[in-house]
Design a protein around this ligand. Sequence first.
Ligand SMILES: Nc1nc2c(ncn2[C@@H]2O[C@H](COP(=O)(O)OP(=O)(O)OP(=O)(O)O)[C@@H](O)[C@H]2O)c(=O)[nH]1
Ligand SMILES: [Mg+2]
Length: 341
Amino acid sequence: MDSRIATLESSDRRHSTRPDSARPKSPWGVHDPYISMEELGKSFVGFASLPHQIHRKNVKKGFDFTLMVVGESGLGKSTLINSLFLTGLYSDRILPNTSEMMKRTVGITRKTVDIEEKGVRLKLTIVDTPGFGDALDCTDSSYPIVDYLHQQMEQYRMDEVGMPRTQIKDSRVHCCLYFISPYGHGLKPLDVAFMKELQAKVNIVPVIGKADCLTKAELLRKKERIRKEIEFHKIKIFQFSDCDSDDDIEWTRQDHEMKNSIPFAVVGSNMQLRVDGRTVRVRAYPWGVVEVENPDHSDLVHLRTMLVRTHMQDLREKTHDNLYEQFRIRRMNMRSPSAAF
Ligand SMILES: Nc1nc2c(ncn2[C@@H]2O[C@H](COP(=O)(O)OP(=O)(O)OP(=O)(O)O)[C@@H](O)[C@H]2O)c(=O)[nH]1
Ligand SMILES: [Mg+2]
C-alpha cells in the first residue's frame, strides 16, 4: 500500500471515530491541500485551503522588490550592492572591470535582475544613488532622491487608477539602506536631517559602511550610540515585527540576533579569493584578509537574510499599507501633485 493511501486511511479513521458533536478540527495538519473534502470528511467547508490558493496565485504572478542605497560619498554603497546581490548570487553575471567599480556614482541608476528560485520568480531592482558631501544643508542632496521616491509612488497611483491591477508594475522602493560613516562619532547632523526627510517615504534600514575600519569594541560602542541617537532624534527606521510565541526557537534566535545587529555593520568587496578550497569574497590587506560573508567579520549575511529570507514581505507590506497609503491620502487631499510628498 502506498504511503499516501495509508495517510488517507488513517485520517478517515480519525474522522470516523470522532463523535458528531465534537468541534471539527481544522485540516491545517493535512499537508496535501488537494485532498478532496470527501476524503477529509464532511465537517469542513474547504476554506482552509485558502493559504495554498493565495500562495499558488502569488507564486504564479511573481514578486517585485526594490532596494535603494543612500548615504555620504565613498562609504561603499555601490560595492556593497555588488557584494549583496548582483554578482555573488548570479554566477553568470559579468563583473564590471576594476576602473568601472572605482567610479563615483553620479546619477540615480537602476538595475533590475529577474531571479527564479524553486519556481518562485522575483524581480529585484537595485537603485544606486550618488553619495553626498559634507554640506550642512541636506536639501540639495536629498531632493533628487525624494523626487525619485515620489515619482515611483505617483506612477503606482496612476497605474492603479488607469490600468488593470494585474498589469501594474510595482517600482516603489521597498527598502532604503542608509549608510552611516564609520569615521564619525555617531550620526552627523546631515544624517539626522536626511533620515528625517526619508522616514515618511521609505522603510529605512541603517547600516555602518566600511565596518572593517573599526575594531570589535569600537563597533559595539558605535552601534549602541547610533541606536540611542536614532531614538533621541525620533527617527523612524524600519521596525522588525516581533516573533510570535509559537515561532520555533531557531527562528526566534535568528530574529534576536538580527535585531541586535542594527545598524548592520557591513563590509563590501568586489574581490574573490580561494581560501581553504572555498571561493570567498574578501578584502585583502597586507596584514590579513577580511571575509565579507563571515559573520565574525561583518553583518552582511544578517543583512541579506533579513532582506531576502525573513523580512522581504514585511518590507513590501509596510510600503504598501503604511507609506503608500499615507501618500495616497495626502495626494487625494492636495491639488498640487508634488505637495503630497
Ligand atoms: N575599507 C573598505 N573600503 C571599501 C568598502 N567598500 C568599498 N570600499 C572602497 O571604497 C571606495 C568607494 O567605494 P564605492 O562603492 O564606490 O562607494 P560609494 O558609496 O558608492 O561612493 P559614491 O558613488 O561616491 O557615493 C572604493 O575604493 C572601494 O573599493 C569596505 O567595506 N571597506
Ligand atoms: Mg556609488
